[in-house]
Every structure is written in C-alpha cells, then in structure tokens.
Design a protein. Structure first.
Length: 251
C-alpha cells in the first residue's frame, strides 16, 4: 500500500523504549543496514532491518557510542534538556483551548482512567505511575483530536473537492499526517499543540494527495490553490517539535 505524508524532521515508530538501556529500536522493512538517529532532546533510536539479532544491535551501538555522545552534546548546546513532568495544564493552540489536569489517586488500582469535566481532564487510579498517566493523557488527546479534526477535514474536503474514505488519529513519530492509496488520512494528535494554520495546512496537504500521491509540481500547484503560504507553513513544521511537550514523548 502506498502512502504520501508530511514527515517530521526526524522519525521513529517505536511506541515505548526497548528493554536495552539507553536507546529504542525500530524494525524497518525498508532498511538494508543498521542506522542510528539522535533526536533533539537526546533520545536515541536504532533503525534495523527486520530479524536483526539483538546482539548485533548492541555491537553496532557500542561501535558508535562516541558519535552518539557528540550528537547528544551538540543538541544539548542548542536545546537545553527539559525535565520530564506530568502536566497540570495542557495548552492546545491548534484548537484554541486549554485544559487543566487533575490527578485523583486510588489505592490498589493498577490502571489510570481519564474523564473530562468541561475544561478539565481528571486522571484517576494508579496516578503515582507516570507512564500510566502519560498513556491515559494520550488516549484523551486521541479522542479529542478525532472529534475536533473530523468536521474540519470534512469542510476542507468540500473546499478542495478532494475526498477521503476514513480518518485515523495517531501519535505518529514519523509524520504529521499521511494519505494512503486506500483513501485513509491519518493525522497526528500532536497537531493540537501547533497553530490552527498548521493544522489546516496539514489537512489540505493530505487531501491534495487524493489526486497526486507524490510531491510533484502538480501536487504543490494544487496545494497552493488552497493555501498560498504553504512554503512557509511547511518550513515551520520542521521546527515544530519544540512545541510538543516533553511528557508526550515524541522526542
């Protein structure tokens, strides 16, 4: 299945870190060789061909440990590390809203549930477990994005005359959005943290892939019909990872 997408500046498809300390591992059907990516906040990802042995991965990382150290140091000089902290307030500029977050611990509960009360998100259960809280917040973001994105995407579909069959919302680490050859548009819930114009642009971009599953001149001419400022908006997205809170875990 083919797909076209707006890529994040760096990528990963790992949902949680690998058990090997210090880096995560992603298998890729496209990879022919092992490679290492260091992200702006210091996270390290190893991209490997399918069926690569764990011992081979460890050896590869060990051989490149000095390069990893230098890459992390270079990023740290430009972007000081941000400590992890669960949020008390979540600002979602993309839909011009903000939500307070409350934590209600319950003894003996090994899960965390969320519920919304107006402009508040309440997490209840084993809230002393930060990872469970993050997962609950991501479920909330996914649910909220589905409700908020759907009417916007339908309206832009009518404006552009480009249809789609389904809309999915995910926390992709590879891209802001994608459009598959089957007509499914996938949108990143992290767009909630960006500006409304960036959210709108990504939707237009993916809708235009209904006609051109590439980034040809004809594709960009079509995008320009509905978003004349697409060049600047597309360029902005390269640095927009900085606006995603640390707790989301994208970088």
């Amino acid at each position: 299945m083919q797909s076209a997408a707006i890529q994040l500046p760096l990528f990963s498809e790992v949902d949680e870190p690998d058990t090997m300390s210090g880096f995560s591992v992603r298998e890729s059907g496209r990879a022919r060789h092992l490679s290492i990516k260091v992200f702006p906040r210091g996270r390290v990802e190893v991209v490997v061909p399918r069926r690569t042995r764990p011992a081979e991965v460890r050896e590869f990382v060990e051989a490149h440990r000095e390069w990893i150290r230098k890459a992390r140091a270079a990023y740290a000089a430009e972007h000081p590390p941000e400590p992890f902290a669960l949020p008390d307030l979540v600002r979602l500029n993309g839909i011009e809203r903000k939500y307070s977050v409350r934590y209600e611990p319950e003894q003996g509960v090994a899960s965390v549930k969320y519920r919304t009360r107006g402009s508040a998100v309440v997490l209840s259960g084993g809230t002393s477990n930060e990872m469970l809280c993050v997962k609950a917040l991501k479920r909330w973001l996914t649910s909220l994005a589905k409700r908020e994105y759907a009417p916007r995407l339908r309206a832009l579909s009518g404006l552009t005359g480009n249809s789609f069959k389904k809309m999915h919302v995910r926390g992709q680490r590879t891209c802001w959005g994608s459009h598959s050859s089957s007509g499914t548009i996938s949108l990143n819930y992290c767009l909630l943290f960006l500006d409304p114009l960036h959210l709108r642009y990504v939707m237009i971009h993916e809708l235009c892939h209904a006609r051109h599953m590439n980034h040809s001149r004809r594709f960009w001419n079509l995008v320009a019909r509905f978003e004349p400022n697409y060049r600047q908006l597309d360029k902005d997205l390269n640095g927009s990872w900085k606006r995603i809170p640390t707790w989301v875990g994208i970088y």
